[in-house]
Design a protein around this ligand. Structure first.
Ligand SMILES: CC(C)(COP(=O)(O)OP(=O)(O)OC[C@H]1O[C@@H](n2cnc3c(N)ncnc32)[C@H](O)[C@@H]1OP(=O)(O)O)[C@@H](O)C(=O)NCCC(=O)NCCS
Length: 142
């Protein structure tokens, strides 16, 4: 498996948007729109690949000088629970550290809390609704 940063607008980025759509949006009856994707140009897009095939992805978004937010973490349905999410998370944390961030946060879907807890994150908010489902803020010092 190869982990790499993907350029916004590249063929890999388009593959990433298809995976995000399939794993994160369509099950909720939602879609990604082109306006939303255009705002993602400054973010760090990360993919896990086997050969040319995208296995999983995530994105880092600057909050402030110290804090970066992980978004859009998704692993292809048929290969979840095989360590791909963990590898993406470690790679994203290393990039965040290299860029000088001290904290990593995310809005975690309730069913994914256990995954992030295994990566050392803790819940720091009460529950709220985002994209129609329950979420909490989780964070960790890098
Ligand atoms: C959540 C997700 C990214 C995890 O990726 P993954 O590749 O399946 O996870 P990994 O195999 O790397 O798991 C790492 C560890 O977390 C555990 N884990 C994975 N998903 C879990 C979950 N939903 N709840 C509790 N533990 C979980 C694994 O068992 C593993 O534990 P271990 O290290 O003791 O063996 C993936 O399941 C996914 O894409 N889910 C659907 C989309 C989603 O909910 N994304 C998160 C949005 S906030």
């Amino acid at each position: 498996m190869a982990l790499k940063i993907i350029d916004h607008g590249s063929p890999e980025y388009r593959e990433m948007t298809r995976l995000r759509e399939q794993i994160l949006r369509r099950p909720l009856g939602l879609t990604l729109d082109s306006e939303e994707l255009e705002t993602e140009r400054p973010h760090v897009h990360i993919g896990a690949f086997e050969e040319d095939s995208l296995l999983g992805c995530c994105m880092l978004v600057r909050e402030d000088d110290r804090t970066v937010r992980l978004r859009q973490m998704a692993v292809s349905d048929d290969i979840q629970r095989k360590g791909i999410g963990k590898a993406l998370m470690s790679f994203a944390e290393n990039i965040a550290r290299d860029q000088g961030y001290r904290n990593l946060i995310m809005h975690a879907r309730q069913h994914a809390i256990g995954f992030y807890e295994k990566m050392g994150y803790r819940v720091t908010s009460t529950e709220f609704t985002e994209v129609t489902i329950p979420h909490v803020v989780m964070e960790k010092s890098l």
